[in-house]
Design a protein around this ligand. Structure first.
Ligand SMILES: Nc1ncnc2c1ncn2[C@@H]1O[C@H](COP(=O)(O)OP(=O)(O)OP(=O)(O)O)[C@@H](O)[C@H]1O
Length: 363
């Protein structure tokens, strides 16, 4: 606890913080009760696996989102404090880091800045989806900035952090529709004995989870890359990561996108709500990068830094290079080509036979 008190009112790194960046601190339960109208139902923003999130307003007028964790029981308090401190140290303009916490009695609460444009999922599939506020330019910006945030976690944060839960509901949007990736590093923070621990996570997170992560239950950087690939395809197409085709059949987004890429039908992949405002070359690049990230074999996936580089690279040669990846060659079509060659060969044999036959008749 000493650790936290010594940090109150200052950034951890001791550098002068910008005015817009609120300082880290411990909140009292009383203060959070006052801010959220005693966790009133009307203040509730939603509910995740680890608890409910409430909108609140502090005495200085600033708006916060308070995550009230459930099932906090047996762990030592210092574990919570230490883990929260580690996460709160991680600062990047496209990450939504925890702003403070409250640990009183059985209550454990995490405090964040309130994001007025809520989550990406609410714009793609939820309450804001009909308004279509996310135009093509905003989507590209969200893709690049969320990739940068995850790359920062993987390659620059100390310690390096595996997000472990990359998905559209964890990409929040600020007033400028800039991405703020949140809920990173929860694997360590959340208690092992939480009533809906690992199993529920695997179940709920299924659509974004890499095959190796489903098999082993272990999170990894390559697993984050896979999840990001799914997120990218979702962002471009506006489709859910898994679609139910009928009561018994489901289809993953890659299963739908890949055949369209084989036929180079990118225009059928893009979200039809965007009514043609996309740039063809950029659309192609985002789709190809999404699929390259969401490959089954983890060793074939790029790192998140490479993903950022690919998304930002404007050269046409790079797109041609991406498109030449064997992943985008239709295995059936190559059989089809063989078949075409076979049919052509059979036809030329038949023509030759016909010629022979004609010649014989003339003789
Ligand atoms: N800082 C915030 N500002 C605005 N809305 C928020 C904020 N944090 C969370 N929310 C909203 O609160 C709801 C619950 O969030 P929470 O992170 O608990 O769950 P989730 O991300 O939907 O699911 P999971 O916990 O399974 O990852 C979501 O709809 C989310 O958009």
């Amino acid at each position: 606890m000493q650790l936290f008190n010594s940090c109150c009112g200052k950034g951890f790194d001791g550098k002068k913080k910008e005015k817009t960046e609120p300082s880290w601190r411990i909140f009292s339960l009383k203060e959070l009760h006052a801010a959220t109208n005693s966790f009133n139902y009307d203040n509730k923003l939603g509910e995740g696996r680890f608890g409910s999130v409430y909108w609140g307003q502090l005495w200085d007028g600033s708006q916060i989102a308070v995550k009230r964790l459930k099932a906090w029981s047996n762990r030592e308090e210092i574990d919570f404090a230490v883990e929260v401190e580690i996460l709160a140290r991680i600062r990047h303009k496209n990450l939504l880091s925890v702003r403070g916490y409250c640990a009183e009695g059985q209550e454990r609460l995490l405090v964040y800045d309130y994001m007025p444009n809520l989550s990406l999922v609410s714009h793609l599939h939820g309450q804001h989806s009909a308004e279509c506020l996310l135009d093509w330019t905003k989507r590209m910006k969200i893709a690049i900035t969320s990739a940068q945030a995850i790359a920062y976690l993987h390659h620059h944060a100390t310690p390096h952090i595996v997000h472990g839960d990359v998905r559209a509901s964890n990409v929040l949007l600020d007033s400028e529709f800039e991405a703020r990736v949140t809920d990173f590093g929860y694997g360590k923070l959340m208690p092992d004995d939480a009533e809906d621990g690992g199993a529920a996570k695997t179940k709920n997170n299924n659509a974004y989870l890499s095959p190796e992560c489903v098999a082993s239950g272990n999170e990894s950087e390559m697993g984050d890359v896979y999840s990001f690939g799914i997120l990218l395809l979702e962002l471009v197409s506006g489709k859910r990561p898994i679609e139910r085709l009928n009561p018994t059949t489901k289809r993953g987004i890659t299963e739908w996108v890949l055949p369209l890429v084989y036929e180079r039908k990118y225009g059928e992949i893009v979200d039809q709500r965007l009514s043609g405002e996309h740039v063809e070359e950029k659309l192609k690049k985002f789709v190809l990068v999404g699929l390259i990230c969401a490959q089954t074999e983890p060793e074939k996936r790029p790192t998140m830094s490479e993903v950022v580089e690919m998304l930002m690279n404007e050269s046409k040669e790079k797109i041609t290079e991406l498109e030449a990846n064997p992943l985008f060659k239709d295995p059936c079509n190559s059989n089809g080509n063989n078949r075409e060659q076979q049919v052509a060969a059979e036809n030329s044999d038949a023509i030759a036979e016909e010629k022979d036959h004609d010649q014989q008749e003339q003789e």
